[in-house]
Write a protein that binds this ligand. Structure first.
Ligand SMILES: O=c1ccn([C@@H]2O[C@H](COP(=O)(O)O)[C@@H](O)[C@H]2O)c(=O)[nH]1
Length: 240
């Protein structure tokens, strides 16, 4: 079975991204396409990745008034990717509009809708002092997750540290997708709520998103295999 690990293709051009996959023998692995690459290459890149049999998480994090998100989601749905997302902070009506947009243009196989709870680059201090949210971060994540479910999301983007609690609150099929993954010894960069693949597995995350720990290292294939091994319990590296 393909491991549920999305490699974040945070490259500037399609050629860089494809060359990275080819050079490292990562053909057909699940990939995440974010703003950096999509804003440059757009839908034709998605078509190319689909032809190459990649599952795709299109991570554009929509956050706007409900009508705009509704119309935008109709266009994204036509790309027939596996996952799309919005910021839960846009509110319940916006998420309902997103879901409705996805349903309006797909027959059966619609992309699954995720809602970002709190970015993994946010920590407790930033939440309190910059965003002026005076609550423990895991409570905020849980509360946004509840809102997301009411708004029709199929799951949330959260850190590994909230995944387990979310799994306890919701049915098993409400998904947790967790970025902020680092292999032991790697730099955290701008990420704050960080964990290894082994911890992610322990905390019952459904999917991992890994970027720089794979894409910016000397031997990406070896790093990917390390993540897969941890996920499969073949090695148990713990928290950074
Ligand atoms: O809360 C979030 C939501 C999305 N991301 C995205 O995931 C990758 C992580 O990249 P790394 O290099 O592994 O840090 C990146 O594309 C982000 O846009 C996130 O990190 N946190």
């Amino acid at each position: 079975m393909t491991p549920p690990i999305f490699i974040a293709l945070d490259f500037t051009t399609e050629e860089e991204a494809i060359h990275f996959l080819d050079r490292n023998g990562l053909n057909g692995v699940p990939v995440k396409v974010g703003m950096q690459l999509f804003y440059r290459e757009g839908p034709k890149l998605i078509e190319r990745l689909k032809e190459r049999d990649h599952s795709i998480f299109l991570d554009l994090k929509l956050h706007d008034i409900p009508n705009t998100v509704h119309q935008a989601m109709k266009n994204l749905a036509r790309l027939e990717v596996d996952f799309v997302n919005v910021h839960a902070a846009g509110g319940r009506r916006m998420m309902e509009a997103a879901r409705q947009g996805l349903e309006e243009v797909t027959n059966g196989h619609r992309p699954r809708l995720l809602a970002v709870t709190q970015l993994t680059s946010t920590d407790q201090d930033m939440l309190n002092q910059e965003l002026l949210i005076d609550k423990p971060i895991d409570d905020v994540v849980k509360s946004y997750a509840k809102l997301a479910q009411k708004g029709g999301a199929d799951g949330v983007v959260c850190s590994v540290y909230e995944a387990e609690q979310i799994k306890q609150i919701f049915e098993d099929d409400f998904l947790t997708v967790t970025p902020g993954i680092r292999l032991l010894g790697d730099e955290n960069h701008d990420q704050k709520r960080v964990a290894t693949p082994a911890i992610a597995k322990q905390k019952q995350a459904d999917y991992l998103v890994i970027g720089r720990s794979i894409t910016k290292v000397k031997n990406p294939k070896q790093a990917y295999n390390r993540a897969v091994k941890e996920w499969n319990h073949e090695s148990s590296e713990t928290i950074n």
